[in-house]
Design a binder for this molecule. Structure first.
Ligand code: FES
Ligand SMILES: [Fe+2]
Length: 319
């Protein structure tokens, strides 16, 4: 899997003083929240004798093994007095943002967990979490696959999508589309004078997508965590900048809720269309030998994204 920040659980699932097990990075992880509110992500298999640390007890800023009681902090270092030189426990860098707990797979983080450009994530919705029976590559590919817009989403592409590789880890796409669907929502959009939509998306590490909805001042994060080679858990959160308090904040929250509802209807269209998808070996295996091999539809944006995905740095060993 590419080196990246991966969502391991919603923040709300992890109260202070609790640990939980998450299957990720080809192993079982122990994700825990200390008494001061900070989080840690450790390999759940205790190095001493193999006990499951996710069943351990949080004490102060450490997680204590349920079998012999060794304690480890969020960096995996021994937290026991007199055991500072113990080998410690494999740990993953961890950050909380958008109401999600992220862990970096691939050693020392090679890029920071991104913020949406120009929009401080003051307010966000709770996370929609779903596990889909498809490889992780399909989640990002969907955002760059403009050929499905018309049939699945009722949007007709206007002009050629702009695709830009921004760094070794980052690629973006921008396009304008005409709202052509027949649903009540689409007819309402046209009636309100929003007959065209502008979509700008940036993808980090092949799994972390941020959709910028600049016209309405919101963003949506779509963060994917591979469960195994053929299934992926996707966390979806929307957010927007907001006044600190008062009626204005309540109004912004309401606008965000309405917007997120519209986003989720698009996500569900994708979930239905993608269910049961199985990739051809030329796409899933990374044999990027040319546009004809990768993408029979000749979609230059999708081809660019697949080539970028297969070239992403991969320093870990997990599937
Ligand atoms: S198995 Fe964890 S301390 Fe012994
Ligand atoms: Fe889609």
């Amino acid at each position: 899997m590419p080196d990246s920040w991966y969502p391991v659980c919603p923040s709300a699932a992890l109260p202070r003083g609790r640990a939980l097990a998450v299957q990720a990075f080809g192993r079982r992880l122990a994700v825990f929240r200390c008494d001061d509110g900070s989080c840690g992500v450790l390999d759940a298999r205790c190095r001493h004798f193999g006990a499951d640390l996710s069943r351990g007890m949080v004490i102060g800023k450490a997680l204590r093994c349920p079998l012999h009681g060794r304690a480890f902090d969020g960096k995996g270092a021994s937290a026991d007095a007199g055991r500072a030189h113990d080998s410690g426990q494999p740990a993953f860098p961890c950050i909380e943002r958008f109401g999600l707990v992220f862990a970096f797979h691939g050693g020392v983080p090679s890029f920071p967990l991104p913020f949406p450009v120009g929009i401080p994530p003051d307010v966000h919705t709770s996370a929609h979490v779903t596990t889909m029976m498809l490889p992780m590559v399909c989640v990002g590919a969907n955002a760059f696959d403009t050929a499905h817009l018309s049939l699945v989403h009722g949007r007709e592409l206007i002009g050629r999508p702009e695709v830009e590789v921004l760094s070794q880890h980052t690629i973006s796409i921008g396009f304008t589309a005409r709202v052509s669907g027949d649903s009540l929502k689409d007819r309402l959009l046209r009636w309100l004078g929003h007959g065209e939509v502008r979509v700008e998306t940036t993808c980090w590490g092949g799994n972390l997508l941020i959709f910028h909805h600049r016209r309405v001042g919101t963003f949506t994060v779509h963060a994917a965590l591979p469960v195994d080679a053929s299934s992926t858990t996707v966390f979806t959160v929307s957010g927007r900048a907001s006044p600190r308090r008062g009626l204005a904040r309540a109004r912004e929250r309401l606008r965000l809720a309405v917007h997120h509802r519209a986003v989720m209807s698009i996500v569900r269209q994708d979930e239905t269309a993608l269910a049961g998808l199985s990739l051809s070996p030329s796409v899933s295996g990374g044999s990027a030998t040319g546009a004809g091999t990768l993408d029979p539809l000749g979609d230059h944006a999708l081809t660019a994204w697949l080539e970028h995905f297969h070239a992403l740095p991969r320093s870990g060993t997990a599937a």
